[in-house]
Design a protein around this ligand. Structure first.
Ligand SMILES: [Zn+2]
Length: 442
């Protein structure tokens, strides 16, 4: 009876909430008060898929949803990104019959690394995709190994783990777990023998702290590794990107399926690979997956193009407090090889909470902007002094750097002179301060 009441209450609150434009966590919160174990009582679809990791969750979930829908499945997923237990409860209960049976063939969840254990206490995903773990939002998450410990209680024996074989920390989730499927990227032109980046979180083995050896690096600590002490190593992937040409935008999966990349970033390759692996495990045929992923344009709009004065601009949305997101975008700029200016904005560090903590700037490999085709670097925002200090200790020549206090001043300066390509590197909330001052193009 309690379950039925919780479902009714949740549906009513969600309906009213939508009318007044309220978020999706409150209905679930009340339903949980009325019936704390409601998530255990409801009957879920035969596929319950969860995706977590530091980067790429939203994109991967979007791709999986598109593919599964194209394959004719009815997919329910948390598109609004409310990925804590209250939001998950709202999503499930609003899709339930009064008898407690959830409608749809697939429940697909983007899951917050730190909160997965609370939701999955009551029900277990059939498939749990873990994309990567690296330094992200230090103030909130601490170190990746802390996040690893936070995810661990969310993993149950009956769940099939779908893991990134190339991430040494993620691969630890397989220890003592029977049902594991791996995905990974094989050698390609952009892989390096040497490690690149300011810090190396893969230098020591996450299992025994022994010295790690890599035969190749894809980026940061992601690559082909083996511990010289305990033997912790990259597993042979069940699903692999067997060939990759980022310049041509060509990716081959499992040796026979080619996908054209709309966004040529190594990140995107891993998101596609994760989505591919999961959809293959759900029995979708290769052609259907390739067709959807090949024409897939990310809805979350991390890459936006615009004009500002004589500049053709590209906004590469990064995440503050996440050096890997920055590094990947800086590498993209470095690889273009064409004359350009770069604008870096740090005005508000997070849109969710206040912090003035800027140590993460020191984790970013800004030396990549020392490339000769980068003609000018403009730094701006409330934290411009922190940026300036960081650049003081970089390889970027000082005479290339201009520092300004506000986004408006930077936009004004760039509008007035120059015609070279312009790349803007910043996070979602700071980018909006610039978008109001430029002409967007498609
Ligand atoms: Zn080891």
């Amino acid at each position: 009876m309690r379950m039925v009441l919780a479902i009714i209450l949740c549906k009513i609150l969600r309906f009213v909430g939508k009318l007044v434009g309220k978020g999706s966590s409150l209905p679930g919160q009340f339903a949980l008060k009325l019936c704390p174990d409601v998530l255990r009582r409801v009957k879920l679809p035969s596929y319950v898929i969860a995706v977590t990791g530091s980067n790429g969750k939203t994109s991967t979930v979007e791709m999986i949803a598109s593919v599964l829908r194209a394959a004719g499945k009815d997919v329910v997923y948390n598109a609004e990104g409310s990925n804590q237990i209250e939001g998950v409860t709202t999503l499930i209960l609003t899709h339930c019959t009064l008898g407690g049976k959830m409608k749809g063939d697939v429940l697909l969840l983007e899951s917050d690394e730190r909160y997965a254990r609370y939701s999955f206490k009551w029900f277990h995903p059939t498939h749990f995709v873990i994309t990567n773990l690296y330094r992200d939002q230090l103030t909130r998450n601490g170190h990746p190994e802390w996040v690893y410990d936070a995810i661990l209680p969310a993993i149950h024996d009956d769940t099939t783990l779908v893991l990134n074989a190339d991430d040494p920390l993620v691969s630890c989730f397989a220890q003592g777990h029977d049902k594991v499927k791996w995905f990974g990227l094989e050698a390609w032109e952009g892989a390096t023998k040497e490690h690149h980046g300011v810090y190396h979180d893969g230098a020591r083995c996450p299992v025994c702290k022994g010295k790690m050896e890599y035969t190749l690096y894809h980026y940061n600590q992601v690559g082909h590794y083996r511990c010289t002490a305990c033997g912790h190593h990259r597993h042979e992937p069940d699903f692999a990107a067997t060939s990759l040409d980022l310049k041509e935008g060509k990716l081959v999966l499992d040796g026979d399926t080619e996908i054209a990349l709309s966004f040529r970033s190594i990140y995107n390759v891993y998101n596609i690979l994760a989505a591919w692996s999961l959809c293959r495990l759900c029995g979708v045929d290769k052609q259907t997956i390739a067709k959807v992923l090949g024409s897939y344009i990310l809805k979350n709009g991390r890459m936006v193009t615009f004009t500002l004065g004589g500049h053709h601009g590209t906004l590469l949305t990064s995440k503050h407090e996440n050096s890997v997101a920055y590094d990947t975008n800086l590498r993209y700029i470095k690889d273009t090889g064409k004359d350009c200016s770069v604008l870096v904005i740090v005005d508000a560090i997070s849109r969710k909470y206040f912090t003035g903590e800027t140590s993460w700037l020191w984790d970013i490999d800004f030396d990549q902007l020392a490339a000769p085709h980068v003609k000018r670097v403009v730094l701006c925002g409330k934290y411009v002094n922190d940026l300036a200090l960081r650049f003081d200790c970089s390889a970027v020549p000082q005479d290339k750097i201009t520092c300004l206090d506000t986004v408006a001043q930077a936009a004004e300066l760039l509008e007035q002179d120059g015609e070279e390509d312009l790349y803007v590197v910043t996070c979602f909330s700071d980018r909006d301060k610039l978008l109001g001052r430029v002409q967007r193009t498609e």
